[in-house]
Design a protein around this ligand. Structure first.
Ligand code: 5AD
Ligand code: SF4
Length: 383
């Protein structure tokens, strides 16, 4: 009986893709190991969104060498976003010769074949440069109360700091029938209190239903009709694509969770434009007001990057002002990390680390204060 352990880094997309790897592994007769020490196969499903994530992963892959020395039969696989990028693929190939299987995001569905290949022929490195079509029918091994369902893959937005469009390819949407079938099956299982629709930018979903085009609003309407006692949520939304129709639907449809993750990234128009975000701070605050007005009890969360190249104290201050104005229920805050291959990597005005760190710390404490006030306010209202 063979046992596997998967270590997953990064976003929900990776978490869900690890569920797919688990599904393929259990179909191949593998069981989950209690820990790394007792595994016959260790898989690192990697993330490359920030340099810190990469460094940590490289160091953890380095630490596996001693396991391989103790147990030469151990198989090690590295997949996900890091192999999909040229510089990290090269480093994986040359500096970690004891890694047996290397594959990318575009050929994750071929994992069972790669496993067989490595069993008969030794090391396998297969990374598709371009995305293929959408592979339906692979099993998922799901756990927990949230059922993750992909509705689209890839991103066309090319925000100046972001590596995702380069490692995940262009947008491809699943057919609505396939999404509905999956959601119906999860609902019928009765074990999921929430079904979360996943995509890099769900609002630009462009699928088909009965041969006709269907957008995100149309898909949500179809999914709201699926019977069962569960809530529907989704992530991530790009502010430029979140339509009034979708906001109205969140307000009106009981099945839709009243929470929206809407990354703003910065409160300065100059920085938003340099980031290629295609909206202004005023547009964003207007959108947030609209959501709060229409959706009773809306929970609004966001992402912020501090220290984007050229960000002055004034730009940073505008971000703080926006945060004070919108009062997010939760915020994911990051220091800009220059990713090779993205436009922001070579922009002038890179911000020194100590300034970025100072800006992040101040932002975190502001957000903490706001969240405490929101919580106290909720308590007051319930007493
Ligand atoms: N540096 C810092 N943060 C980044 N993000 C994406 N790329 C970078 C980068 N190069 C953040 C954005 C995005 C979130 C998932 O990660 O805020 O919304
Ligand atoms: Fe990256 Fe922008 Fe696409 Fe989000 S919308 S994945 S931040 S390029």
């Amino acid at each position: 009986m063979k046992r596997y352990k998967i270590i997953t880094y990064g976003c929900q997309m990776n978490v869900h893709e690890s569920e797919k790897l688990e599904g393929m592994l259990s179909a191949t007769g593998y069981f989950e190991a209690a820990d790394i020490q007792s595994a016959d196969l260790i898989i690192f499903n990697t993330c490359c969104i920030r340099g810190g994530a990469e460094d940590k992963t490289f160091s953890n892959i380095g630490a596996l060498k001693k396991y391989k020395e103790k147990n030469p039969a151990l198989k090690i696989a590295v997949c996900g976003c890091m192999p999909q990028k040229k510089d990290t693929l090269e480093r994986l190939k040359t500096r970690f010769p004891y890694v047996d299987i290397i594959f990318g995001t575009h050929n994750l569905h071929t994992f069972q074949d790669l496993l067989i290949k490595s069993e008969v022929g030794g090391r396998v490195v297969e990374v598709w440069e371009k995305e293929g079509g959408i592979e339906e029918g692979k099993p998922y091994s799901r756990r927990g109360a949230t059922g993750w369902v992909n509705i689209m893959y890839g991103c066309n937005n090319f925000c100046a700091y972001c590596i995702v469009p380069y490692v995940r390819g262009r947008e491809r949407s699943r057919a609505a029938e396939d999404v509905i079938k999956e959601v119906t099956e999860l609902a019928a299982a009765g074990t999921f209190t929430e079904i979360c629709l996943l995509g890099q930018n769900v609002n630009s979903y462009a699928g088909t239903y009965a041969g006709e085009p269907v957008n995100f609003e149309g898909l949500l309407k179809l999914l709201c009709a699926v019977p069962g006692d569960f809530k529907i949520s989704f992530m991530t939304s790009h502010p430029k694509d979140l339509s009034d129709g979708v906001i109205d639907l969140i307000a009106d449809c009981e099945k839709l969770k009243k929470s929206i993750h809407l990354p703003v990234q910065s409160g300065s128009d100059r920085i938003l434009s340099a980031m290629n975000r295609k909206y202004s701070a005023a547009y964003y605050t207007g959108l947030a007001d609209k959501i709060r007005e229409k959706v009773k009890g809306a929970v609004l969360t966001s992402d912020i990057i501090v220290g984007f190249p050229g960000e002055t104290d004034e730009d940073y201050d505008m971000t703080l002002q926006l945060i004070k104005r919108v009062r997010f229920n939760n915020l994911y805050m990051f220091m800009f990390s220059a990713r090779e291959g993205t436009p922001a990597f070579s922009l002038p005005g890179q911000i020194p680390l100590d300034i970025k760190r100072g800006r992040l710390i101040k932002l975190i404490s502001l957000q903490r204060k706001i969240q405490k006030e929101i919580e106290a306010d909720i308590k007051d209202k319930t007493i």
